[in-house]
Design a protein around this ligand. Structure first.
Ligand SMILES: Cc1cc2nc3c(=O)[nH]c(=O)nc-3n(C[C@H](O)[C@H](O)[C@H](O)COP(=O)(O)OP(=O)(O)OC[C@H]3O[C@@H](n4cnc5c(N)ncnc54)[C@H](O)[C@@H]3O)c2cc1C
Length: 409
């Protein structure tokens, strides 16, 4: 016999799982949320796009969760051309431990039961599940949500792992920094300007990019590229060179630096059509479902949004159906909702990905052309700025850029 029971179990207390837990618990649902790590420094840039801040206003509401608001981005092209964009609306950069803490605190306050244990097994019993944790505890639940990230063990059991073509590999360094701004100049001209600024560099012949994100007390550096395109050694070398440039030619002292690496779901075009995110008694959200932008690797917005959509579906269905079917009927509605809300745009991003990193525009490498045009045209700068903070649809990106580009000539 299981020791405990709940209506719905959520595996993983990242932004997707913890946000869904807080929404369901606030609506009076009996929710158990599992995560052995609680709030932790998940490998990530921690960039929370403007769209996420706008739609989920609670993210910025409390000053107890420190973050940086970034209003300036410098982009460097494969030909070393650069442009600095000032953003009308900032985006936020968080330590992931802080961001996850913010969302988890809300879930607990809303009444979700948080269990700091890992789910190691689950099995169908009747019309529900028996879940077993690494502490040997057993829970009986009616419905199961997999919110356990890109390497999701829940997904592995229910659907299978993501194939190589659907993943990017990312490495990074967190470097402890003085928050007082420095004025030094980087060896390769990457200047530390004294302003909280994000730097994005597009290496040549590379499906991905390098970044420098300022967080409170930390500079976060990273590189992400399609899995299998470059070896781990090559990626690490690129990243180390980038960090050295930033600090004027040498890596910072070892004790200030920590290294991280992880995978990001970046679905191939062919994977979207049959992407399975719901089944009998279960649904997947966030990275576990495959929801990250294939071009930028940005997944925090989609983690929040997919959790939110499932909670909306449960709320809508609750008004119509008997309690035992609510979560299953909601899962069907959720599948339609995510495809409509962002699925089409992410699928289009998968289609655009080869053109974005390897295509040509007005006779130049695409990213170089964008940066060149942005230097001379405010309209192009606006579109680029919106694309970088997640406010520009990929479906219309090329059309919008072309319209503005013609105005330059
Ligand atoms: C290097 C890197 C940089 C990135 N930078 C950005 C960025 O700047 N901006 C952005 O928007 N996105 C970024 N992303 C993507 C972003 O990190 C993810 O999209 C986001 O964290 C997804 O949230 P999630 O809640 O779905 O999953 P996660 O945040 O991965 O959370 C999953 C949780 O599940 C838990 N878990 C795993 N297994 C179990 C188990 N068996 N039982 C219980 N719990 C379990 C884990 O402990 C974890 O807390 C980056 C990713 C990487 C790898």
């Amino acid at each position: 016999m299981p020791d405990r029971s709940a209506e719905i179990a959520i595996v993983g207390a990242g932004p997707a799982g913890a946000h869904l837990a807080s929404r369901l618990a606030a609506d009076g649902r009996d929710v158990v949320l599992f995560d052995p790590k609680g709030a932790w420094e998940k490998p990530c840039g921690g960039g929370v796009p403007t769209r996420a801040i706008r739609e989920f206003s609670f993210i910025l509401e409390s000053s107890s969760y420190p973050r940086k608001l970034v209003r300036q981005i410098t982009m460097i092209s494969p030909l070393d051309r650069r442009v600095t964009l000032r953003l009308d609306r900032p985006f936020a950069v968080y330590s992931r431990k802080v961001l996850n803490g913010l969302v988890l605190d809300r879930a607990i306050e809303a009444g979700a039961e948080f269990v700091r244990e890992s789910v190691v097994d689950f099995a169908r019993e009747g019309d529900g599940w028996i879940i077993t944790t690494d502490q040997g505890n057993r829970w009986r639940v009616a419905f199961l949500i997999g919110a356990d990230g890109a390497a999701s063990p829940t997904r592995r059991r229910l659907v299978g792992i993501f194939p190589k073509r659907d993943l990017a590999l990312a490495f990074g360094y967190n470097v402890l920094s003085e928050d007082a701004p420095s004025k030094t100049n980087g060896g390769n001209g990457i200047a530390q300007t004294g302003v909280d600024e994000v730097i994005v560099r597009f290496p040549r012949d590379f499906t991905g990019y390098l970044w420098a994100f300022p967080r409170p007390g930390v500079m976060n550096f990273g590189v992400a590229s399609k899995l299998g395109e470059r070896t781990s050694d090559e990626l690490r070398r690129l990243l180390t060179d980038f960090v050295c440039d930033y600090y004027g030619g040498a890596m910072p002292d070892e004790e200030r630096v920590s290294f991280f690496g992880a995978k990001i779901p970046t679905l191939d075009l062919v994977s979207w059509k049959d992407l399975k995110t719901v089944g009998e008694g279960w649904a997947l959200i966030g990275d576990a479902a495959g929801f990250a932008d294939p071009i930028t690797g940005e997944g925090i917005y989609y983690a929040f949004k997919s959790g939110d959509l499932y909670a909306d579906a449960v709320r809508d269905v609750s008004r119509m159906a008997g309690s035992s079917e609510v979560f299953q009927i909601a899962a069907g509605a959720y599948e339609k909702m995510w495809r409509e809300a962002f699925g089409r745009d992410l699928e289009h991003a998968s289609y655009r990905l080869p053109h974005f990193y390897h295509g040509r525009f007005i006779g130049r490498i695409f990213t170089d052309a964008m940066i060149l045009l942005a230097r001379y045209h405010k309209g192009v700068r606006t579109i680029l700025g919106k694309a970088l903070v997640g406010e520009q649809s990929y479906v219309t990106l090329k059309r919008d850029l072309l319209r503005r580009a013609w105005q330059v000539f």
